[in-house]
Ligand binder design. Structure first.
Ligand code: NAD
Length: 486
């Protein structure tokens, strides 16, 4: 059985209280290992180590040296690819097929993606006239922000964590990571990689634990944390923002969504079906950018519902290591209880269940896992809770529409604003509708196509701030104006 310890100041350690919690695999509920739960002493030690490291060899490194070291981290993740893959799939139950081409390679790439932005992004400079005629020169200078708390979720554990750690370190900060209690493994493994690559002690720290009254809340409330970057539920984002208000610390919040997909009758239907199969069901529907509301123009509505149903019938559920498997379990029994409560609610709210709606029989070996059926509904009212609340499971509701104006209003009728997907072959319509979407990210005739240089984040209750490319640079550095009287 494995032991997942904290990684503080370059060393692995258990909690002084010896308190641990279980880490179970959602595929069959077997016990993977015990995880140390941090208390205030561990959080204090990690933040102190991160603070001290800002002044040590890390602080003295040139930008080029830091970037070289982070390139090495990316390479080392790739060298230990199979261990990362194994760890991620045990924690989440997701198929190797997915994690081996999304989670792990993109997780490693996050350590390389920001070096070019850093090297090529200029700061501003202004010459100011002064009464003596000699003038003054202003120029912007970027410094690291300091100690960054990284609080991350379980759905893409390595990828979403390194999406923050990569640019934070590239900018010269130090980090204390609090991975999700459901998925402690890859953040821990990354500690080993940091050691192997010679990243100075205290630059990358990990504390394990839960949110409220545990490591998450202790970390976000710590006065020596200079900024907090968080991905997770909107309600958690609010709690973190309240903590960050003390001391006026900066936050970047990437939160929940209830993302629409708008399918026009002039779309390429094959592409729209293939894209919606991915956006609604990949990673067992546990993708923040995924689609839970599908609006289909009436002339193709019946055909779309039928074809999406046929697509779901083809999905193969099974063990992560089976290369023919498309679909794993949910991350935990706790999360399955939540998703199943929405499956129940959908029936109470009057949905027609097109397919799914329950728990599949996976056979004796897997029946203790957190398995769930991919599900499609039609027939719900626009004010149904199932149509308005984020479920974060493999399910979507499909509703017909009759006009562009109507579907724009329907799509925007939500507290969230993370992503939207538009399927049409009419490019004028695509631009018009994309611009009307109240969302941080809009895809046209694609989904989850990510260029790491672009802005990533949500509108409305889906978040605050943007990360990616220069936007990460804005968050992870403090810009100071230097004014020189000539
Ligand atoms: P969550 O909010 O429950 O937990 C996320 C992290 O916050 C975990 O590490 C957790 O321990 C910690 N946490 C919980 N309460 C806390 C508190 N009071 N103070 C400090 N830390 C606390 O989210 P989750 O269930 O792990 O992830 C699913 C959610 O994440 C969904 O809502 C999904 O949409 C969202 N998500 C958003 C994005 C995005 O980029 N916008 C990406 C992935 C997931």
């Amino acid at each position: 059985m494995k032991q997942f310890n904290h990684f503080i100041n370059g060393e692995f350690s258990a909690s002084s209280s010896q308190v641990v919690f279980e880490n179970r695999c959602p595929v069959d509920n077997h016990l993977i290992g015990q995880v140390a739960e941090a208390g205030q002493p561990e959080v204090n030690a990690a933040v102190a180590a991160a603070k001290a490291a800002l002044l040590g060899p890390w602080g003295d490194m040139t930008q080029a040296q830091r970037i070289q070291l982070l390139d090495r981290v990316a390479e080392r993740i790739n060298e230990r690819f199979d261990e990362f893959l194994q760890a991620e799939c045990l924690d989440t139950g997701k198929p190797h097929k997915i994690a081996s081409h999304i989670d792990i390679p993109r997780g490693a790439a996050n350590f390389k993606a920001f070096s070019e932005t850093l090297a090529n992004h200029p700061t501003e400079s202004f010459k100011l006239d002064t009464p003596d005629g000699k003038g003054a020169l202003n120029y912007g200078h970027r410094s690291p922000k300091g100690v960054i708390a990284v609080i991350s979720p379980w759905n893409l554990p390595l990828l979403l964590m390194t999406w923050k750690v990569g640019p934070a370190l590239a900018c010269g900060n130090t980090v204390v990571v609090k991975p999700s209690e459901e998925t402690p493994a890859t953040a821990t493994l990354l500690g080993e990689v940091m050691q192997e690559c010679g990243v100075p002690a205290g630059v990358y720290n990990v504390v394990h634990g839960f949110g409220p009254n545990s490591a998450g809340a202790m970390l976000s409330g710590h006065p020596d944390v200079d900024a907090i970057t968080f991905t997770g539920e909107t309600r958690t984002g609010e709690a973190i923002m309240r903590s960050a208000a003390v001391g006026l610390r900066n936050v970047s919040l990437e939160c929940g969504g209830k993302n629409p997909s708008l399918v026009f009758a002039d779309c390429d239907l094959d592409k729209a079906i293939e894209g919606t199969m991915r956006s609604a069901f990949v990673n067992c529907g546990q993708v923040c950018l995924g689609t839970e509301r599908v609006y289909v123009e009436r002339p193709i509505f019946e055909q779309f519902v039928q074809r999406l149903k046929e697509g779901v019938e083809q999905l193969k559920l099974g063990r992560p290591e089976d290369p023919s498997v498309d679909f794993g379990p949910l991350v935990s029994h706790k999360h399955r209880d939540k998703v199943l409560s929405y499956y129940q609610l959908a029936k109470q709210e009057g949905a027609t269940v097109v397919i799914g709606g329950g728990v599949p029989d996976m056979g004796a070996e897997l029946n203790d896992g957190a398995w769930i059926e991919p599900t499609i509904w039609t027939g719900l009212n626009d004010d149904a809770r199932v149509v308005n609340e984020e479920i974060f499971g493999p399910c979507c509701h499909i509703r017909p529409f009759d006009s562009e104006t109507e579907v724009i209003a329907l799509a925007n009728n939500t507290r969230y604003g993370l992503s939207a997907t538009i399927w049409t072959e009419n490019s004028s319509r695509a631009c018009r509708v994309a611009e009307a979407m109240e969302a941080g990210i809009v895809w046209v005739n694609s989904w989850f196509l990510r260029d790491l240089r672009t802005a990533f984040g949500g509108a409305k209750e889906s978040g605050i701030g943007r990360e990616g490319g220069v936007h990460s640079l804005e968050f992870y550095t403090e810009i100071k104006n230097i004014c020189i009287k000539l």
